[in-house]
Write a protein that binds this ligand. Structure first.
Ligand code: HDE
Length: 700
């Protein structure tokens, strides 16, 4: 069941960005406006004027007795709170998680175990390194944090879109983040890993190798939040009603498949639309193309060694290939409502790895244990005190009967006289819960060991899974990795850092190392590749089968005199599959042909190839060679997108230097059903990969 939507969340009026559809000033109350008729102060005192400060005469000094001025400015002065120390840039949405019931044998947590149980959720996606105002499409890991408002209390699954992490022990977190963040002297570069300090750290601290190669892969530049996988990263322990335990790794699998931008697209978007991912999430929800993921678990026996097939389950730099432990689906997540207010919800939401419910426990992964401290601690500075669970977005949907009291921003008016236990004054209440309902009781386990700043020997293997990841990918994905390393190391100034980068690559793959060395103009070090082991094709994101196309956008280049009937036909076919069509023309307004009317949603000035998943040229589109239209088509071609044209639109393709016979180019005399079907098929494959040899290097 979708969460109840406040009136402020109703969709905006369908006015095109070019002004078409505007019917003059609104009459009556705008449903998205603030409620209430009369302007007041924060204390509810009605105000006649908030535009002029109180002065002694029109040219006179402002009077200290202007209480309204002081209150208004005082509040404004304090509107900002500290941004998150990491993951500052993000976007969130509300949704529902529905359990399949298949986890019933593994855990007593109803949120996962009870068939058909619907649990409201709030999800926040993020980049890691950039500031709040940084671009969405930078090369980085993405956060994928989910707050489940379960009936047994709040459970947070605070994951990433990459299944492993840079470090094995939380004590290294300040180091890796200080290295990745902008240089402390100039505070550049913003939201980038392509700089000396990042590469200095990850080439010295080689346990970062595996995560780094994922960042250099297409996973570092997702097409959309909707097309990202999510991973809990750490191993968790599930406990069932019979107190039997198993170890699991959580996976989110996107319904639309895992897809990425090309590197050039990512860079263009960072300039042309820095809000690219945020906009995509918001728009797709408003358009009813609700983002969807399946939650799955890899299940391992809870043995004293805490390993599986030789892989240390406590080492967060290691994953378990799906071929060894298949991901078993246990539920579905649908995001179906945008936040009403970004600050109140997306900014103030506070996730915490220690927010666990009965039936879900952590493990001794030293990274997870450090996180369990950090996520509480950080909120004290960010949200200004210990009462952040009372902020609306953080409030549990389960009854709260705690004994915390007072503190900054206390909103509860607690009753009773005995916030301690045991007590007799309040009749002994609250009483301890029964085991069946309670969390934070560990299944008894023996703990012993010598105190020391140590790590298991298995943590010393820093390369084998990086090699496995690289070796398992398609040659196109491997090429992207080589291009990414060449770019990033090429942005470093220190020769020794580049050389160390190559020394790491020499252990991963000889050909990869040679390619990057050639790009840097440096000699390749002697190959010493480690054995990657059995390959894991599940790691590939280029798959042979098509994915659903919900929310994908096809741009149609048109203009006065274009075949509007053909456009309408194409739109009907696309919309039937959940995709959208936007008309691009030299100017805004409308295109009219008799009774046929098309609203121009993007002009040659406001449109850019990056926002379209395919571009089609209509019969009758302008043939004046406008460089903006030409650029749009050439970019789409380079980025391996579906390209199409019907009628004399084919001439426009030719004039842009696009061969109508090239792979993934769809042409025909008319906008027929067959042409629409081919366009839909092209969208489903994400890109025309077999066009790759025709486009220049280092851009896709
Ligand atoms: Fe985080 N991380 N992290 N992290 N992390 C934060 O918490 C931290 C790690 C992740 O949308 C902070 O509330 C430490 C792994 C996400 O609000 C902070 C360590 C994974 C988000 C913090 C890690 C993550 C954060 C900053 C090493 C993937 C955004 C603000 C031990 C499994 C949550 C905040 C949101 C945010 C600490 C490592 C994911 C400082 C100490 C591994 C998705 O508490």
């Amino acid at each position: 069941m979708p969460p109840e939507r406040h009136a402020d969340q109703s969709a905006p009026a369908p006015v095109s960005p070019t002004g078409v559809g505007y019917e003059g000033p609104r009459t009556g109350r705008d449903p998205r406006g603030q409620a209430g008729d009369v302007l007041t102060t924060p204390n509810g005192v009605p105000l006649p004027d908030t535009d002029h400060s109180l002065k002694a005469g029109p040219r006179g000094p402002v009077l200290l007795e202007d209480f309204h001025l002081r209150e208004k400015i005082m509040h404004f002065d304090h509107e900002r709170i500290p941004e998150r120390v990491v993951h500052a840039r993000g976007a969130g949405a509300h949704g529902v998680f529905t359990a399949y019931g298949t986890a019933g044998k593994l855990t007593r947590a109803a949120v996962l175990a009870e068939k058909g149980l619907e649990t409201p959720v709030f999800v926040r996606f993020s980049t890691v390194l950039g500031s709040r105002g940084s671009a969405d499409t930078v090369r980085d890991t993405r956060g994928f944090a989910t707050k489940f408002y379960t009936k047994e209390g709040t459970w947070d699954l605070v994951g990433n879109n990459i299944p492993v992490f840079f470090i094995q022990d939380a004590i290294k977190f300040p180091d890796v983040i200080h290295a990745g963040k902008p240089h402390p002297d100039r505070e550049i570069p913003q939201a980038q890993s392509a700089h000396d300090t990042f590469w200095d750290f990850v080439t010295l601290h080689t346990e970062a190798t595996h995560h780094t190669i994922w960042n250099m892969s297409d996973r570092g530049i997702p097409r959309s939040f909707r097309t990202m996988e999510g991973f809990g990263v750490h191993t968790f322990r599930l406990v069932n009603a019979d107190r039997q335990t198993c170890l699991v790794k959580f996976h989110w699998k996107p319904k639309l498949g895992v897809h990425s931008l090309t590197w050039e697209e990512a860079q263009l978007a960072a300039g042309f639309d820095p809000d690219f991912h945020r906009r995509d999430l918001y728009d797709s929800i408003e358009n009813g193309a609700f983002p969807e993921w399946e939650l799955g678990v890899q299940v391992f026996p809870d043995t004293p060694e805490e390993t599986f097939e030789g892989i240390d389950l406590l080492d967060p730099t290691k994953m378990v290939p799906e071929e060894l432990a298949p991901v078993q689906p246990i539920g579905k997540l649908v995001l179906n409502a945008n936040p009403t207010n970004f600050f109140a919800e997306t900014e103030q939401v506070a996730f915490h790895t220690g927010h666990l419910v009965a039936g879900i426990e952590g493990t001794n992964d030293p990274l997870l244990q450090g996180r369990n401290f950090s996520y509480l601690d950080t909120q004290l500075t960010r949200l200004g005190g210990p009462n952040f669970t009372q902020i609306p977005i953080n409030r549990p949907h389960a009854p709260v009967n705690d004994m915390t009291r007072d503190g900054f921003h206390q909103h509860a008016v607690h009753t009773g006289q005995a916030p301690y236990t045991p007590n007799s004054v309040d009749d002994g209440s609250p009483f301890p819960a029964e085991w069946a309902d309670a969390a934070y009781i560990q299944v008894p386990r023996k703990v012993s060991g010598e105190v020391g700043r140590t790590a298991p020997a298995s943590f010393d293997d820093h390369y084998s899974q990086a090699a496995l990841f690289y070796a398992s990918l398609t040659s196109i994905e491997q090429q992207h990795i080589a291009d990414a390393y060449t770019f990033e190391l090429g942005k470093c100034y220190e020769q020794s850092i580049k050389e160390r980068g190559l020394a790491v690559l020499a252990k991963i793959d000889t050909d990869l190392c040679a390619q990057v060395a050639a790009g840097l103009g440096l000699p390749a070090p002697a190959p010493e590749p480690v054995e990657p082991g059995a390959l894991s094709p599940a790691l590939r994101q280029i798959k042979p089968e098509p994915f659903p196309i919900d929310g994908r956008i096809v741009g149609v280049v048109a203009g006065p005199g274009a075949d509007l009937k053909g456009i309408a036909k194409l739109r009907t076919a696309l919309e039937a599959e959940g995709a959208l069509l936007r008309v691009i023309a030299p100017h805004g307004g409308q295109l009219v042909d008799g009774k046929d009317v098309e609203i121009v949603e993007r002009t040659f000035a406001t449109g850019r190839s990056i926002e379209f998943d395919a571009i089609v040229v209509a019969d009758g589109a302008p043939k004046d060679g406008d460089f903006r239209a030409v650029t749009m088509l050439q970019e789409a071609f380079r980025h391996l997108k579906g390209i199409g044209a019907w009628g004399d639109g084919v001439e426009v393709l030719r004039a842009a230097g696009i061969d109508p016979e090239a792979p993934g180019v769809i042409t025909g005399p008319k906008a027929t059903a067959a042409m629409a079907a081919e366009t839909i098929a092209a969208l489903g494959m994400h890109r025309a990969w077999d066009r790759t040899p025709l486009v220049s290097n280092n851009v896709v």
